[in-house]
Design a protein around this ligand. Structure first.
Ligand code: TPP
Length: 322
């Protein structure tokens, strides 16, 4: 598949933004500046970016508790995301949502979600709205290997097939749900094949390979836009950090994690591939990394200095006002 230079640059910029964002959030969390929990997406960048590059702000995504990467790839403002994670008034959700509830309806980002298996029903709702309105938009649900076994996921898959909705289900199999390995937790041992049983096309791809994700997601999105119904993709990926930032990771060794960073880094692989093929120069990729480092530095400085929401704001935004 031939991607334009602009698309390649955009893909790298977004993956690099996510990586810089996540590495820095880990540092800031360790310093104690961030309230609550954070679940980091580093290692999985190709999945969010390879998928969301096919979407516009009119399309919807529903995310997981590990939602920073999906949010950035869908176009959420990075500085306002950082403000949100620090619980500040100018955050994307006025500082009341934090890491696990980042949402931006203007960008079609329905929200990160503390409920495992929460995204598929939400995406099915958005896909039903799109089909009813006939507006040509699609909805994507991101779900983990753990979430793939939830009843909500099964119901959503079934309904999407029954109603032939423009929905795409992305199963990010990063091998562990908290500390439980997917080989133990997924009874059939094959997420993509199990999904096929619901009556929709479903493929398994190498999530370390941005190009594989981009191609599979492109086909699924095009199919949904043509009115041919839902599809699913199992993305085999890895997470570089623990389940959450304070996870002691007793279920895998330090060496295992170092090996993942060495051998299964989707960004490193992207860099190698595009530079070896002469599509992009190393220097321009390095320049993007520097710009992202500066962006994240600004975002953290602003988030640290910003005021929290006022006390009175505790009682607002509880219910939606029509
Ligand atoms: C309905 C529900 N059950 C359990 C939990 C606790 N929990 C939070 S994250 C998680 C693991 C999810 O694993 P997976 O879906 O594979 O996503 P990953 O963390 O690997 O990205 C669990 C069990 C929850 N938040 N919601």
């Amino acid at each position: 598949m031939q991607l334009s230079r602009d698309t390649l640059l955009k893909a790298y910029r977004q993956m690099s933004t996510i990586r810089h964002f996540e590495e820095r959030v880990q540092e800031e969390f360790a310093k104690g500046g961030i309230p609550g929990f954070v679940h980091l997406y580093a290692g999985e960048e190709a999945s969010a970016v390879g998928t969301c590059l096919h979407l516009s702000a009119e399309d919807h995504i529903a995310s997981t508790h590990r939602g920073h990467g999906h949010s950035i790839a869908k176009g959420c403002d990075v500085e306002r995301m950082m403000l949100e994670i620090f619980g500040k008034k100018e955050g994307l959700c006025a500082g009341k949502g934090g890491s696990m509830h980042i949402a931006d309806l203007g960008q079609g980002m329905l929200g990160a979600n503390g409920i495992v298996g929460g995204a598929p029903p939400l995406a099915v709702g958005a896909a039903l709205a799109a089909k009813t309105l006939g507006n040509g938009s699609v909805a994507v649900a991101f779900t983990g290997d753990g979430g793939s076994s939830q009843g909500t996921t099964f119901e959503a898959l079934n309904l999407a097939v029954v109603l032939q909705l423009p929905a795409i289900f992305i199963f990010e199999n990063n091998e562990d749900g908290e500390s439980t390995g997917w080989r133990y937790a997924v009874g059939s041992g094959d997420i993509a094949a199990r999904v096929r049983g619901f009556g929709l096309p479903s493929v398994k791809i190498d999530g370390d390979d941005f190009f594989a994700v981009y191609e599979a997601a492109g086909e699924a999105v095009a199919r949904a836009r043509r009115g041919e119904g839902p599809s699913a993709i199992e993305v085999e990926t890895v997470r570089f950090f623990g389940h959450h930032s304070g996870d002691p990771q007793r279920y895998r060794s330090r060496e295992d994690v170092l090996k993942l960073r060495e051998e299964r880094d989707c960004i490193k692989k992207f860099r190698l591939r595009v530079t070896a093929a002469g599509l992009l120069e190393r220097a321009e990729l390095d320049a993007i990394d520097r710009e992202n480092a500066a962006l994240i530095e600004r975002a953290v400085a602003r988030a640290r200095a910003a005021p929290p929401p006022e006390d009175a704001a505790l009682l607002t935004d509880v219910y939606l006002a029509y």
